[in-house]
Write a protein that binds this ligand. Sequence first.
Ligand SMILES: Nc1nc2c(ncn2[C@@H]2O[C@H](COP(=O)(O)OP(=O)(O)O)[C@@H](O)[C@H]2O)c(=O)[nH]1
Ligand SMILES: [Mg+2]
Length: 311
Amino acid sequence: MKVKVKLKPIRGFILDWLCSLPILQEPGKDMGGNPSCFHKPWRALPESDQEMIKFLKSYLLLNKNTSHLRILLQGPVGAGKSSFINSVESAILGRIAGRVMTDATSGSSFTKKFKTFQICKDESRKTHCSFVFNDIMGFESAHGGIHVDDVKLILRGHVAEGHEFKADCPLSKGQGDYLSNPSLAEKVHVLVTVIPAAAVSLLTDDVIKKMRDVRLDASNLEIPQFLILTKVDEACPEVEKTITNIYKSKYLKEQVEKICLLLGIPMNSIFLVKNYNSEMETSKDMNVPLMYALRQMINFGEDFLNSQKGI
Ligand SMILES: Nc1nc2c(ncn2[C@@H]2O[C@H](COP(=O)(O)OP(=O)(O)O)[C@@H](O)[C@H]2O)c(=O)[nH]1
Ligand SMILES: [Mg+2]
């Protein structure tokens, strides 16, 4: 017993020394140099964007009960939902695309109508990818946010295309825009919450509660869920300088850990993204984190659809 007590400090010292050896350092652990960045990214991304773009363009659903996989983007006004849809199309077309109206001024043009966005495979605009997006406004009451009950109806496919949401009056059975018997194609297959990286600590208790409520409902329906932290360039100067620092930034990793605890989303379902906003051309380094996040969404959505075969 006595010997054990005496050895304890020595054991601790040896452990500390071993852990400080570069060869034993975990990726994502600080190894000196730039104090705001880890030496190695804490998540390894593919080297190239081309294989992921090829996969996304050629992806076909196994489940023949729907022609597309539906991804619902939810999050605060100005979070970058419309920009994410545009960024996906930009990466796939290989040039900047701007079909979905983004809102730089946070004026009155918030997305209030329920609209489905398809992604063109090429410039002919005749063929589309097998995944589609819907984006809905956030829960913040300042902007007349969407009602939680409306989001639950969207998840189940009860909301018709073009429906105009009213914050104080959720859609109900019997109304014209209420689809009583939605097909699998009208239901949501992947739920994605979009939040600006620098806004994680600013989320109000009310918004967090509503997001968790929707998450729980989606979990009951077994819908896979993801979260993307956008505007990583605005949140971290090192990423603004060099986009490849995206998964090296200590600040951004902290935000991922924070939101993981706040919303109960596992770390491996949270992605960091910089949307195309001021760029004139697409680039591999910008595409990689965008395509990586989307590919994971598609993979999990595909698994979900394959579990719904009987429907
Ligand atoms: N710097 C930067 N700006 C972004 C990013 N994503 C979106 N924006 C800008 O943020 C504003 C709001 O984006 P928008 O896509 O309309 O947000 P939405 O309301 O969630 O659809 C627009 O001016 C975008 O150009 C990003 O990753 N980085
Ligand atoms: Mg929008």
